[in-house]
Ligand binder design. Structure first.
Ligand code: ADP
Ligand code: XUL
Length: 539
């Protein structure tokens, strides 16, 4: 049997096809459609529509639909799709798609002779989708928080305090700024449930993993939390999809895909967010380990049996595809910040890695706060890059951005995991072993690189398999599903160096002091930085 997993991320749509035959498992195909390169007519940069306001993060939903059509056509040419039993997927979290009442009919009667996008044109009540990089909704966050009785109340129920990128505040902003558009909206999907709807030919429900990125779902009850829904916009409840268990079959692949590309009537399993999907894709169905994804965003996440909400207000608790929970902290300045430094220095990735390996840990006391774009953790609304310590040069800039990202991740994920022994590394930058070495040294943890780097798409394929197998077997153990697929790359383990880890432990309070100063919350850290610079020369 074949299982197809798709991941509609910020920059690309990726497919992973796995074959499961008893205990035999293999990855049959991994392929990606890069939005900017394959669909340049949408005018995106890194999958996002350029805007002069750095707080705005929007993308065209039509582009995601067209990528799906391109991908399905590509898959049908590359493999025998006839034995695909089930399909699931994941998508960048929080982004929302606004459809008018014609969508129901259009989705169910797509003409296989016509491209998908040509038929979708009239179905949107909002032409662009706000995505996770949007931070324009501070005011709406405040309004929703006040209406539900404060930050703690919102976090206790939904798993997070109000965040600008979360869908609730985005919906409220749309309602306030475009009443007519809001009134014309019949259904609001997340990127994940929008894609699942296109595949199934009917409005697909949400599952708790992605729904918990909206500030609208009661985490424990796994249903919409009325006070938050009412505080967001009038009449919202009837525009939201239902919430179902993560392994729910939401329909069969619609005739459009069968007739246009030769797919079978495979089961479509509810889609989830890219981070919950990656949790499965890195093999983390059990508590005790964490994963770090170095993608467009950097995220750190791990499974949780009980929802321990973060009192510091930094992180999130989401539903996990297993039915349990997961903790997550998200950083906006991930790959694009690394790319900015690489481009400024005119380097290739191998040149970047070489420089990283040849510069000293601690960077002779140079500390950077790499907020090239607005930052989620810690919250920074106006982009600004701060530098402390001796003057920097090209080489020290490379080390500074990587050390800062890893320090910040270690500092702000303490709510989730006090000690970390093993990290599963995934995302586009996890192929970079020099970056993984800094990660291992900062955390004092062993870092494992995964055999399949596209962990969100792999997780989606495994979720499809799990749901399909579940129909025939009373219970399907997640360990059995992930075995042989979500495995570390042989010989990939990166071990921490004890001396370097000791140095980073000394550096952590200095980094925290620089961060507090840059945020306007702490005194000038110059003396601390100088003292650290003097003692850091020992390595
Ligand atoms: P997405 O969030 O879109 O899923 P990916 O996880 O696919 O993103 O990561 C894409 C990013 O990976 C690119 O933006 C690029 O910066 C980064 N990348 C690719 N190769 C390397 C490398 N050798 N070293 C560091 N980063 C890399
Ligand atoms: C998670 C988040 C990002 C997106 C992008 O909360 O905002 O990781 O899911 O992929």
């Amino acid at each position: 049997m074949l299982y197809l997993g798709l991941d509609s991320s910020t920059q690309s749509l990726t497919a992973v096809v796995v074959e499961i035959d008893g205990n035999e498992r293999r990855v049959v195909l991994e392929t990606s459609v890069n939005f900017d390169e394959a669909l340049p007519h949408y005018g995106t940069r890194n999958g996002v529509l350029p805007d002069s306001d750095p707080a705005v993060g929007i993308a065209p939903p039509m582009m995601w639909a067209e990528a799906l059509d391109v991908m399905m056509g590509r898959l049908a040419k590359a493999i025998d799709v006839g034995t695909i039993a089930a399909i699931s997927g994941s998508a960048q979290q929080h982004g929302s798609v606004y459809l008018n009442a014609t969508a129901t009919q259009v989705f169910s009667a797509l003409d296989p002779a016509q491209p998908l996008v040509d038929q979708l044109r009239g179905t949107f009540s909002r032409a662009t989708s706000p995505i996770w990089m949007d931070s324009t909704t501070t005011e709406e966050c405040r309004e929703i928080t006040a209406a539900v009785g404060g930050e703690h109340q919102l976090a206790r129920h939904t798993g997070s305090r109000a965040f600008e990128r979360f869908t609730g505040s985005q919906i409220r902003r749309f309602f306030k700024h475009d009443r007519i558009g809001y009134e014309a909206t019949d259904r609001i999907h997340l990127v994940s449930s929008f894609a699942a709807s296109l595949l199934a030919g009917r409005h697909a429900p949400l599952e708790p993993g992605d729904a918990s990125g909206m500030n609208l779902m009661d985490l424990a009850a796994r249903e919409w939390w009325r006070p938050a829904v009412d505080a967001t916009a009038p009449g919202l409840m009837s525009k939201l999809p239902a919430i179902v268990e993560p392994w729910t079959c939401v329909g069969t692949l619609s005739p459009y895909w069968q007739m246009r590309h030769g797919f079978p009537a495979a089961q479509v399993i509810a889609w989830t967010g890219d981070n919950p999907s990656s949790l499965i894709g890195v093999g983390l169905a059990r508590e005790g380990r964490v994963a770090i994804s170095l993608g467009t965003s950097d995220t750190m996440f791990g499974p949780m049996t009980e929802p321990h909400v973060d009192d510091s207000g930094t992180g999130h608790v989401f539903g996990a595809p297993t039915g349990a929970y997961m903790g997550l902290t998200c950083f906006q300045n991930g790959s694009l910040a690394r790319e900015q430094i690489r481009a400024a220095q005119g380097m290739t990735w191998s040149g970047f890695s070489h420089v990283l390996a040849s510069t000293p840990p601690g960077n002779n006391g140079r500390i950077m706060l790499p907020w090239f774009a607005p930052e989620i953790t810690p919250p920074v609304s106006v982009p600004s890059v701060h530098r402390y310590g001796p003057a920097s040069d090209g080489a020290s800039e490379v080390r500074a951005v990587i050390e800062a990202q890893q320090m910040s991740m270690a500092l702000h994920s303490r709510w989730m995991a006090r000690t970390v022994d093993v990290i599963h590394a995934t995302g586009g930058a996890a192929v970079n072993r020099e970056i993984l070495q800094v990660m291992a040294d900062v955390f004092g943890a062993h870092v494992l690189q995964l055999r399949v780097g596209n962990s969100a798409a792999l997780g989606a394929a495994m979720r499809a398999a799990h749901a399909h197998l579940r129909e025939h077997h009373r219970s399907v153990d997640w360990d059995d599903v992930v075995a042989g697929l979500a495995e570390p790359l042989a010989g990939s383990r990166v071990d921490p160096n004890p001396d370097r880890h000791a140095l980073y432990r000394e550096m952590m309070p200095v980094y925290a002091a620089c961060e507090a100063h840059a945020l306007g919350r702490g005194p000038d850290p110059r003396e601390l930085v100088d003292r650290f610079a003097r003692c850091s020369v020992r390595l």
